[in-house]
Design a protein around this ligand. Structure first.
Ligand code: ADP
Ligand code: MG
Ligand code: MG
Length: 250
C-alpha cells in the first residue's frame, strides 16, 4: 500500500506519556492537516516520524508503504521518501545552501550513483523560479542571518529539490507574513499530485486557506479526537479549540 499508516502510536519522553494511541492513514496523493491546541503532541508526532531519539515509542507502529520505519535511522527514513520541515530550522555554519542541497540530494541516492551537475543545476533553476528567489541566495550559508521568511523559503527549496514522497510540515506557517505564506504554499502546491502525501501540522487555519488539505485531524491530549474535511479547520478558526477539548474529556 502506498501510504503512511500510524497505528495505535504511543510515545513517551522520560516516562511522560505524550501520544496515547494515534491512528492515522495518509494515502500517497493526499495531504492531511493535523491541528490542535498547543502542547498536545503535534510536534511530538512529527519528531517521532523522522526518528528523533529523544522520543520513545512504547506501543504501536509507523508504516511507510507497508514497511515499519521505527528501527530506521533518520537518513534511512529520508531514503524512504520522508521529509520533515522543522518549526525551528537549524543553522549550519560554513555550509552554503548549494553545498547542502547537493549533499542532501546525494544522500538520497543509491551507492555508486552520482548527482550530476546538470541534474542539480536544472532542478535548482526550476525550484528557484517556483519560489521566486534569486540564484545568488544559494551561495549564502545555510540559515545564517536568514529572516523567518527566508528560512521557510529555504525549507521549501530543499523540499522541491529532494522531491520527497511524503512531507511532514510542522508549523511551517509560524511567524510568516501573508507573502511568505503564499510562497510556501505555492511550493507545496506545485508538488501536489498522486506522488505526494503527507501531514501539514498547524495550530492556525490560515495556512490551510492556501494549502487546502484533503482531510483534517484534531489532536487533543495525545489522541485524534475528530477527523473531517477542510471545513473542520474553518470551524476551529471561528469557534476556537474549547469544544474539541471537551471532546477529549467526554
Ligand atoms: P504541540 O506541538 O502540540 O504544541 P508538543 O508535541 O511539542 O505539542 O508537546 C506535547 C507535550 O509534550 C507538551 O506538554 C510538551 O511540554 C511535552 N514535551 C514534548 N517534547 C518534550 C521533551 N523533549 N521533553 C519533555 N517534554 C516534552
Ligand atoms: Mg509547541
Ligand atoms: Mg508544536
Amino acid at each position: 500500500p502506498h501510504q503512511i499508516e500510524i497505528r495505535n502510536l504511543h510515545v513517551s519522553v522520560d516516562d511522560l506519556s505524550i501520544l496515547r494511541g494515534i491512528n492515522l492513514t495518509i494515502p500517497r496523493g493526499e495531504l492531511h492537516a493535523v491541528m490542535g491546541p498547543n502542547g498536545n503532541g503535534k510536534s511530538t508526532l512529527a519528531k517521532v516520524m523522522v526518528g528523533d531519539p529523544e522520543y520513545t515509542v512504547t506501543e504501536g507502529d509507523i508504516l511507510v508503504d507497508g514497511v515499519s520505519i521505527l528501527e530506521m535511522e533518520p537518513d534511512e527514513r529520508a531514503r524512504m521518501g520522508l521529509f520533515l520541515a522543522f518549526q525551528y530550522p537549524v543553522e549550519i555554519p560554513g555550509v552554503t545552501i548549494a553545498n547542502f542541497l547537493r549533499l542532501a540530494m546525494q544522500a538520497r541516492k543509491e551507492e555508486g550513483e552520482e548527482v550530476s551537475f546538470t541534474e542539480f543545476y536544472g532542478k535548482l533553476q526550476t525550484s528557484l523560479k517556483t519560489l521566486d528567489w534569486d540564484e545568488s541566495i544559494v551561495e549564502r550559508y545555510l540559515n545564517a542571518g536568514f529572516s523567518g521568511g527566508e528560512k521557510k523559503r529555504n525549507e521549501i527549496l530543499q523540499m522541491l529539490m529532494l522531491e520527497p514522497t511524503y512531507i511532514i510540515m510542522d508549523e511551517t506557517d509560524s511567524g510568516l507574513d501573508v507573502d511568505a505564506l503564499k510562497v510556501v504554499a505555492n511550493g507545496v502546491n506545485s508538488m501536489r499530485g498522486e506522488n505526494l502525501g503527507g501531514l501539514i501540522i498547524t495550530h492556525y487555519q490560515r495556512l490551510l486557506d492556501y494549502i487546502v488539505p484533503d482531510k483534517v485531524h484534531i489532536i487533543v491530549d495525545g489522541r485524534v479526537v475528530q477527523s473531517g474535511g477542510p471545513e473542520l479547520a474553518k470551524k476551529l478558526d471561528s469557534q476556537g479549540y474549547d469544544w474539541v477539548k471537551e471532546l477529549a474529556t467526554a
